[in-house]
Design a protein around this ligand. Structure first.
Ligand SMILES: Nc1ncnc2c1ncn2[C@@H]1O[C@H](COP(=O)(O)OP(=O)(O)OP(=O)(O)O)[C@@H](O)[C@H]1O
Ligand SMILES: [Mg+2]
Length: 333
């Protein structure tokens, strides 16, 4: 697990603060509440993990932080502050001064969508020219520095994406994200679809870059074991809501929310006694339908009557550790 893993959400000054973020999509089936009232913060140098099953809203949170929701998506409420500046209410030209230069994102699956007819050096330089407005010669010099930083040998810079393995393509994406010297990097499923050895190399690279550049990382993954290795603090989302937030060791040693407990018990263990993995029965709810109470209650092994009546709000269960669950009504730090 990461060093500094006990640093919690309240101990350090904040770089990025998110309050009650709501991001909705207009769909043919109606309004879909992809992110529905999420609050968290990111401190300088912190590695924050965002976990949860497919469709729970992780990518939508990342894209909202960049103000890059796709057509049909919109931020319906809440506040995002970067260094005290209100990102959601600032004009677009001011957003462009922050996007890529202060907050950058490695998009989910983008390493599979690199331009097949431009070398990796050319397209990284293209991204730098586009985002930083520098002349091409300067962009190419920057590419050389970035490739060195992320471990792409100079001799391979003129190759095309199809000549690169998945791990090397992901290094290109990381280089592009770092191009304008951001302070915060959002990495959306950075190791999904990579084999286990390559996953470990990318994890090591992210950890190394965080240390060398003093970055803050927001790492999005459905792979809790990967997040456990890398992060200081984990947020767990379910159906657009935050269900638990805690320091990584506490969250894995003693998860509080039944959903997190189910996710943690589903992590395969190489060492220790063999235990049967228990998938979580049922599916997440349809986010276009009105919901009442706790969104997890139909799948929850510990549901009580109150879960059908009122929506549980995140509240402290230990210092720096929140859970949104009626099982913890009065406990405090
Ligand atoms: N462009 C879109 N238009 C309509 N609905 C969308 C769009 N993008 C996402 N959604 C919906 O928003 C919800 C959250 O999606 P999101 O991609 O943020 O989840 P995720 O946690 O990143 O999932 P995954 O692990 O599969 O990447 C889902 O119900 C999804 O179907
Ligand atoms: Mg996603």
């Amino acid at each position: 697990m990461a060093s500094g893993q006990n640093q919690n959400q309240t101990a350090r000054p904040k770089l990025l603060e998110v309050f009650d973020l709501r991001a909705y999509f207009d769909t043919r089936r109606g309004l879909l509440r992809a992110v529905d009232g999420i609050s968290f913060s990111v401190a300088p140098g912190q590695i924050l993990g965002l976990a949860g099953e497919s469709g729970c809203g992780k990518t939508t949170v990342g894209l909202s932080l960049m103000r890059l929701l796709p057509p049909g998506g919109r931020i319906a409420g809440g506040v995002i502050r970067y260094r005290g500046q209100d990102v959601l209410r600032m004009p677009l030209r001011q957003v462009r001064r922050i996007r890529w230069k202060e907050i950058a994102m490695i998009f989910q699956g983008a390493m599979n969508a690199l331009n097949p007819v431009r070398s990796v050096r050319e397209q990284t330089a293209d991204a730098i020219v586009l985002h930083d407005g520098v002349p091409p010669a300067q962009a190419y010099r920057r590419v050389a520095e970035l490739f060195e930083l992320v471990g792409i040998p100079q001799g391979r810079a003129s190759e095309y994406p199809h000549e690169f393995s998945g791990g090397m393509r992901q290094r290109v994406m990381i280089a592009m994200a770092l191009a304008c010297g951001p302070k915060v990097v959002i990495a959306d499923e950075p190791t999904t679809a990579l084999d286990v050895m390559v996953q470990a190399q990318i994890l090591e690279l992210l950890r190394d870059l965080q240390g060398r550049l003093g970055l803050s990382l927001v790492v999005i993954s459905h792979d809790l074991a990967f997040l456990a290795e890398l992060c200081d603090h984990i947020l767990v989302m379910y159906a657009g809501k935050l269900v638990e937030s805690g320091p990584v060791d506490a969250l894995f040693r003693a998860p509080k929310h039944p959903y997190t407990q189910c996710l943690v018990s589903a992590i395969p263990r190489i060492r220790g006694p063999r235990v049967a993995l228990r998938p979580i029965p049922g599916d997440p709810p349809d986010l276009t339908q009105p919901l009442r109470g706790c969104y997890f209650r139909d799948r929850c092994p510990a549901a009580i009557a109150e879960c059908g009546e009122a929506e549980p709000q995140p509240r402290p269960v230990m210092a720096g550790h929140l859970a949104a669950c009626h099982l913890y009504p009065r406990e405090g730090p």
